[in-house]
Design a protein around this ligand. Sequence first.
Ligand code: PHE
Length: 456
Amino acid sequence: MATKRGSWKTRYGFYLLAVGSACGLGNLWRFPYVVGENGGGAFILLYGFMALAIGAPLLIAELMLGKGTRRSVIVATQQMGQKSGVRSLRWVGRLAVLVSIVVLSYYSVISGWVLHFLTQFLISLFSSSDQVVDKTNLAALMSNGWLQLMLASAHILITVVVVVKGVQQGLERWIGYTMPLFVALVAILVMRSFSLPSTPEVLRFLFYPDFSKLTWSSLNHALGHVFFTLSVGFGTMVTFGSYMREEDHIPTAGFRVTIVDTMISMIAVVMIFPVAFQASNVPLTDPALMFEVLPKYLLGVPGGVLFGLAFFVCLYLAALNASIGLLEVVVSNWVDAQKEMERGKATWYSGAIALLLTVLPALSSSIFKDIRVGGRSLIENLDSLLINWLLPVVALGILIAFNMGISEKEKELGFVDKDKFVSYSMYPHWLFILRWAGPIVILLGLLLQIVGVFTQ
Ligand code: PHE
């Protein structure tokens, strides 16, 4: 079944790609406001539990699907469909790729916001301080739809050029080198924000679980974000798995990626919330939360402009890395499914589709600001549709395809390593989660969310 396909020379290559794809705006931008929306501590507990109990096992399954078939998600699920006789399983892969391209289009809008602050900090280095405050004003960016569209388009173009030129491996290595700097900057920020007077209140909010704050939708919000942040349900990990070396141990890799990603999300909340609580009038539930509080705070501290510039450069590189992953999924699926399609052409076409799709979310807070559904803006609704509704459905589909198409023997071979006792003892639990707990929890989450919609 396995055909000749490129694979990494070292294990390092896989981690760079998988961790790079998982850690992005989802951790620093999205997680804090989702925690704000769902009331703090209790949600963080729920989220952490779901990441380990459902996210990691599914991540392992996706990697195994890719490593076993040496194919991207569309062809992989097609093969599962043929093996099990349930041909409709091929729709799972198609839906995953559709979700990927729509997510890329709206992820580009947020990456555009990062680009905006990056350039503003750069300009601020050379201008007087009172001009600076104006320029980092989020409201100005929000009301300027064309600027947002331009920035998002620039981001898509950069992503396409990187993938077309085939320089992503070099770039990824380079991004890997900047990550220690990013970690250092974040550590400094965490220490600084912990010295703010709001800290005791924040700690209580984040780590004292008040379960009455959870809503009907909280379980699904936790699951949706777990899938989004781990890049599960997009087919990304299937593609990465298809490049793994024969001797790589999938469960170890899956767990490591989950742990690193979850830790970064936790650090993000302890970094953002003290500053957000300090600036009392910021709604914690607003998708612009990070962009609202961080630049203003940085401008108020000595050396903040340089610090802010370094921070936003690193954040942009992380966003770019994640976007490259998203685009690669679309391209690799396209080329895998349609043999005569040339890689370069597929990349430009995918970029063009993303560009078209980005118009709506980019203009959401300006020209389309009056289009509100359920009291929420277009971009918020798109986010919710993709991450809280579609992603859990695709994840469930991948679980079903995996259970039906991969034999017991293959699963055991991929999971159990004779030299690792943990892999032995975890194996039955993993099977149980894939077969029962995972599907039931995902269905329950969706059901509760539907109840939430009707009781709103
Ligand atoms: N996991 C990324 C983030 O948290 C988003 C992403 C999803 C990237 C799917 C690639 C593929 O920002």
